[in-house]
Design a protein around this ligand. Sequence first.
Ligand SMILES: [Zn+2]
Length: 142
Amino acid sequence: MVPPVSRGGLEMRYLTGAQAQRLERLLRGRQRVLRDEIRAGLLSSDEQHHKDLAGMVADVGDESVANLLADLDVKSIDRDVGELRDVEAALERLARGVLGVCADCGGDIGYDRLEANPAATRCIRCQDGYERTHAHEGTPTL
Ligand SMILES: [Zn+2]
């Protein structure tokens, strides 16, 4: 589980405070859109259980919605849940001050790359290597 986040006086390893704030805004905006889409998808389901979950997604506040939906198998929202998981993980890294740190080499992901994709977990070099070794696993449609 993720330890409780303490805010304030946060030092990012590679980002300035202004950059971190801008990325947080981007991530929060994306999180809101995804939650809305997921909620709409759940509400359109015929199953009461899904409609109940839709209410929880609306009420859950800052906690992880992706975890809430982890065991749910609803094809129409699978992709949104997957992306939301990435966005929530990025917000969690931001809170710990390690957003922008490559998961593979520990180097700087780079602000330009993060602004294009705040949920990126690897620097461009490691991402290239990753995609070469995981080629043809399915192409993101976004
Ligand atoms: Zn790297």
